[in-house]
Design a protein around this ligand. Structure first.
Ligand SMILES: [Zn+2]
Length: 54
């Protein structure tokens, strides 16, 4: 599942949200920091998790 990065326009904090592609546009994403719905979507972060296997 892709993580989408959002930017809150109210508190200017970035947060990630796991969202299915079919939910995008339907789901009202709110800022977890201030609860604002003034959200701007940033680039989708596919496989942003760095997994180091040693
Ligand atoms: Zn916020």
């Amino acid at each position: 599942m892709p993580h989408y990065v959002f930017l809150c326009r109210d508190c200017n904090k970035k947060f990630e949200h796991v969202l299915h592609i079919s939910e995008l546009g339907k789901t009202a994403v709110k800022c977890p920091h201030c609860g604002s719905s003034k959200i701007e979507q940033q680039a989708a972060a596919f496989a942003a998790v760095t997994s180091k296997k040693s």
